[in-house]
Design a binder for this molecule. Structure first.
Ligand code: KG4
Ligand code: ZN
Length: 337
């Protein structure tokens, strides 16, 4: 069976194709909108919707060409319809529905966070072992910092998450205060890795919020960095590096402490992390035993959606949905599976 998956939940137009018989990814295309967003210093929802109108048909066309397939040779179309920027989701949903409709093929929807959650299983497409269940899993991105207890494939519980900003959002807001280009997460990671010393990382004692189990908070850190920036000389790159390195350390320490605490409380040895922040090299250094997808599959992609759809198909759970299916912006307003 060949499944074409689409994801447009934020600012990347993604299309991928999986062959569930061979258990192989035939195409995996991402058209990022980062260049259009740089100018605004963050994601502008309406611009993301417009960029999807341009990027999604191109990404889908490229995926089909790479796989040497045409729309009618796809057996099932799948699209994430929750959670995400509503305008962006609507573009992906309308496009996928129309494409499926035009070739009389079934379509169904999936949850974007659930796709991130099981993305560590993408490694099975290369014949590798999957991390053994149960997992403590954390989806840590620009929009989410969610902690889950995953007992088995379709059995998972949301334990908690951030009370305010997501970890990636904290990176990006710190970056904005330090006048670094958007998105600041990868830039801070690289700069600190290449140039920071232990002294830079510990120069500023930014707060690690003391929150209840399974919860995090990054708004205090942002305020603390803003206060320090007021006293600082941002033309002194050594000082900016120390601010960035110390802030990164605070974000990651808070996250690592929470995850280790959750693992201990639930007695779960396997820890998996996905989402854009899971690309972070310092985080990977701090959690040497955790499982991370390759960086390309930590950030938004449709390969993880195709893979999840593949598992749904294997378990006879890939059910065609009606043409009036809609999209949902938040984790709390989701319907469907
Ligand atoms: O998962 P993602 O591509 O999109 C969603 O937010 O859904 O995550 C993007 C976020 C941004 O906030 C970006 O700054 C952060 O992930 N990010 C990183 C790194 N790469 C991406 N943060 C820290 N270190 C990185 N290497
Ligand atoms: Zn995402």
């Amino acid at each position: 069976m060949k499944i074409l998956a689409v994801d447009t939940s934020c600012d990347e137009s993604c299309a991928a194709i999986i062959d569930t018989t061979q258990w192989k990814l035939l195409a995996d295309v991402v058209h990022s909108h980062v260049d259009s967003m740089k100018h605004f210093g963050g994601v502008v929802p309406e611009i993301a919707s417009r960029e999807h109108l341009k990027g999604l048909p191109l990404a889908t066309h490229e995926a089909l060409e790479t796989a040497k397939l045409i729309p009618s040779s796809i057996d099932h179309y799948i699209v994430t319809n929750r959670p995400g920027l509503i305008g962006a989701l609507l573009v992906g949903l309308s496009f996928t529905k129309s494409l499926a409709f035009s070739v009389s093929k079934p379509f169904s929807t999936l949850n974007h966070i659930e796709a991130h959650l099981f993305s560590p299983l993408l490694t099975t497409l290369d014949g590798n072992e999957a991390p053994p269940f149960p997992w403590i899993a954390c989806v840590v991105s620009g929009g989410h910092t969610e902690i889950f207890h995953v007992e088995s494939f379709f059995k998972y519980t949301w334990l908690g998450g951030t009370l305010d900003d997501a970890a990636g959002e904290a990176f990006d807001k710190v970056g904005k205060l330090l006048k670094l280009p958007y998105p600041a997460g990868p830039k801070i990671d690289q700069w600190v890795r290449e140039s920071a010393t232990a002294e830079h990382r510990t120069r500023y004692k930014f707060p690690r919020a003391k929150t209840k189990v399974h919860t995090l908070s990054f708004s205090g850190l942002k305020t603390a960095v803003a206060l320090e920036v007021k006293k600082s000389d941002l033309s002194n790159s050594n000082q900016v590096l120390a601010l960035a390195a110390s802030a990164q350390e605070a974000i990651l320490d808070a996250l690592v402490e929470k995850l280790l605490q959750t693992q201990k409380l639930l007695g779960v040895t396997t820890l998996v992390l996905t989402g854009g922040v899971a690309c972070n090299s310092r985080l990977r250094e701090k959690l040497p035993h955790a499982h991370f997808p390759i960086p390309k599959h930590c950030t938004d992609n449709a390969a993880m959606v195709a893979l999840l759809a593949g598992y749904y198909a294997k378990h006879d759970r890939l059910i065609a949905e009606p043409w009036n299916t809609t999209a949902y912006p938040s984790l709390n307003t989701m319907g469907g599976n």
